[in-house]
Design a protein around this ligand. Structure first.
Ligand code: FAD
Length: 490
C-alpha cells in the first residue's frame, strides 16, 4: 500500500490490519542480560512468556557489544543469577571472583537452554517498533521482522531494551543522560586483540606501576586465575598523541581479560562523545568514529606496548556499546545518596553490589577527559564496595499501565546510574520484574497493583537473597564468601 507525502515533508502511513502473531501473559522486549533474567523468572513463575530480541543471539551489551564482565562479586549473587553463573563456571565459561568474567559464546547458548527449560519462547531477529495502547494501558507491541509487520499481545510487557524503547513509545516519561544538560556517557566499540604475549605485558605493568591506575580492580594482574585488567599506559599514550598517532581525546589504553591464556585480550578504549544512542544518525557516527580509533589503538599497541608486538585485531563487536540513554521516570527515582546511605525499601525486589568511587563521575563522564591528568578516579582513587537495594517502584513507569522496566533503563538519576547500569543490577532487576510481571498477569491485575509481598516471597522461593544489605551493611570492607549470598533451601 502506497504512503502519501504531505506538504510538510512527512509521510502519512495508511492504517492497515496486521496479524496478531502471539498472545501471551508476559512479553519481554530485549534479550540482553536483563531481559534474559526477566523472561527466565517469568517463565519459572508459571506465566506464558515470549522474549523478543532484534539480534540473532542473546546477551545484548554483554555479548554483541563484547562487554563480557559482570561487575558484581560472585559472592553477592543469588537465585537465578547465581544459577546462571554456576552453569557457566561448570562449563568452563566463567571465572568467579570480585567480578565474573564470562565466555560470551557459552553465555549465549546457556541462556537459550535455561529459557527453554523454563518454557520461554524466544523470537529473534525481531525489532519492536511501536506500542499498542488502550488509553494509558499497554496491551502489546508492534514488531518488524522477515515475516513482515506483526502484533504481539500481552497482559504485561517488560521493557528490557536498555534504551526504554517500549516505554518511550507508550508515552511513559523519561530522562536522557545527565539531568542538568541531557549529556550522556560516551559510547565504545570494543574489540579483541589476538597474539598478545600476556606474561610479557603483565611483567611490564608490574615494573611500571606509576603509569597505571592504582585501583586493584582496574589494574588486576592475576595471571593464575586469568583475571587481567589493565588501565593506564598514561605516559605512552601522551607520547603517541604528541606524534599524532592517537586522537586528542584519548588518555589511556585499557584491556580486560577474555581468554588471556590464549593470548586474547579485549580492548575497551575507544570513545565517542556527545552522541545519542537512540538516534540512528548518531549511532552511525559512533560506529564510524570508533572503528577509526580502533585502527589507531591497535597500531599504537603493536608499536609501543610490550607484549603486543605480534598482536592483531581478532574481531570487533557486532554493535557499538551504548552506556546511557533513556531512564524511565518511575514511581520512585533512586539517587546515589540512597545507595551510599544503604537505604532499605519495603518493596525491595533486587539487591546488588559493586565497587565505586562515591560522588565521582563514575569512570565515564559525558564531558570527556576520562583518564586524563585531572581524572582522580583513574589515577588516584581506589573504589569501595557498595551493597544496595532497588525498590519495585523504580521498575514501575509513571502514567502507563501494563508495563515494567528492567536493566539499564530503570528509574534512577544520572549518578545512581553509575552503579545500577552495571550487569549485576541489570540481571537482578530482570529477575524482580519477571516475577512481578508473571504474578500480575496471572492475577489479572496491572503491575501497579501486584501484591509486592507475594513478589518478595516468590523471589525468596527462587533463592534470591533480599537480605544481603541488612546482613552486610552498605559498605562492607570485603565480601566474605561464607557470609554472603548462598542459595538456601526454601
Ligand atoms: C562499553 C561498555 C562497557 C561496560 N563495562 C561494564 C563492566 O565492566 N561491567 C558491568 O557490569 N557493566 C558494564 N557495562 C554496562 C552493562 O554492560 C550494561 O549496562 C548492561 O549489560 C545492560 O544490560 P541490559 O540488558 O539492560 O541492556 P542491553 O545489554 O542494552 O540489552 C538490551 C537488548 O535489547 C535489544 N533491543 C534494544 N532495542 C530493541 C528493540 N527496539 N526491539 C528489539 N530488541 C531491542 C538489544 O539488541 C539488546 O539485546 C558496560 C557497558 C558498555 C557499553
Amino acid at each position: 500500500m502506497a504512503a502519501d507525502v504531505n506538504t510538510s515533508g512527512r509521510v502519512i502511513e495508511p492504517a492497515r490490519e496486521i496479524p496478531v502473531a502471539r498472545d501471551v501473559d508476559v512479553l519481554v522486549v530485549g534479550g540482553g542480560i536483563a531481559g534474559v533474567m526477566a523472561a527466565l523468572a517469568s517463565g519459572r513463575t508459571g506465566a506464558s512468556t515470549l522474549l523478543v530480541e532484534r539480534f540473532g543471539s542473546l546477551g545484548g551489551t554483554g555479548t554483541a557489544a563484547m562487554m563480557n564482565l559482570f561487575y558484581v562479586p560472585y559472592a553477592a549473587t543469588s537465585g537465578p543469577v547465581r544459577e546462571l553463573f554456576d552453569r557457566l563456571i561448570a562449563a568452563g565459561g566463567a571465572i568467579p571472583g570480585e567480578f565474573v568474567v564470562y565466555d560470551p559464546e557459552l553465555y549465549k547458548v546457556t541462556a537459550l537452554d535455561m529459557l527453554a527449560e523454563a518454557g520461554v519462547e524466544v523470537l529473534l531477529h525481531t525489532l519492536v517498533s511501536d506500542a499498542i495502547m488502550q488509553g494509558s494501558a499497554l496491551h502489546g507491541i508492534v514488531v518488524e521482522n522477515k515475516s513482515g509487520r506483526q502484533a504481539l499481545l500481552s497482559r504485561v510487557t517488560i521493557d528490557a531494551s536498555g534504551d526504554g524503547d517500549v516505554a518511550a513509545r507508550a508515552g511513559a516519561p523519561y530522562i536522557k543522560g545527565r539531568e542538568a544538560d541531557g549529556k550522556m556517557r560516551p559510547m565504545t566499540l570494543i574489540f579483541r586483540m589476538g597474539g598478545v604475549d600476556v606474561p610479557r605485558l603483565v611483567e611490564y605493568v608490574r615494573a611500571h606501576p606509576h603509569d597505571f591506575s592504582p585501583d586493584p580492580l582496574q589494574t588486576m594482574l592475576d595471571v593464575d586465575h586469568q583475571m587481567i585488567r589493565i588501565f593506564g599506559f598514561f605516559n605512552m599514550v601522551e607520547l603517541a598523541k604528541a606524534r599524532g598517532e592517537l586522537w586528542p581525546e584519548c588518555y589511556y589504553f585499557r584491556v580486560e581479560s577474555v581468554l588471556p591464556q590464549r593470548g586474547i585480550l579485549t580492548v575497551n578504549a575507544t570513545r565517542a562523545y556527545g552522541l545519542d544512542g537512540t538516534d540512528a544518525g548518531d549511532l552511525s557516527r559512533a560506529e564510524i568514529e570508533t572503528r577509526h580509533q580502533m585502527l589507531q589503538l591497535a597500531a599504537f599497541a603493536r608499536k609501543d606496548l610490550p607484549g603486543f608486538e605480534q598482536s592483531f585485531i581478532l574481531d570487533s563487536a557486532a554493535t557499538i556499546g551504548v552506556r546511557e540513554t533513556r531512564r524511565i521516570r518511575g514511581e520512585y527515582v533512586m539517587t546515589e545518596d540512597d545507595i551510599i546511605a544503604g537505604r532499605r525499601y519495603d518493596d525491595v525486589v533486587a539487591v546488588d553490589a559493586n565497587q565505586q568511587n562515591p560522588r565521582q563521575q563514575g569512570g565515564h563522564p559525558p564531558d570527556g577527559k576520562e583518564g586524563g591528568p585531572q581524572d582522580r578516579e583513574a589515577r588516584e582513587l581506589i573504589a569501595r564496595l557498595f551493597v544496595y537495594e532497588i525498590p519495585y517502584r523504580s521498575l514501575l513507569p509513571q502514567d502507563v499501565d501494563g508495563l515494567l522496566v528492567a536493566g539499564r533503563c530503570i528509574s534512577v538519576d544520572h549518578h545512581a546510574d553509575v552503579y545500577t547500569r552495571n550487569q549485576g543490577s541489570a540481571m537482578a532487576t530482570g529477575v524482580g520484574a519477571g516475577v512481578a510481571a508473571a504474578l500480575a498477569a496471572r492475577a489479572g491485575v496491572p503491575p501497579r497493583r501486584v501484591d509486592v509481598r507475594a513478589v518478595q516471597a516468590r523471589l525468596r522461593n527462587l533463592r534470591v537473597d533480599l537480605d544481603l544489605l541488612r546482613r552486610l551493611g552498605p559498605a562492607p570492607d570485603r565480601l566474605d564468601p561464607q557470609s554472603a549470598s548462598q542459595p538456601r533451601d526454601t
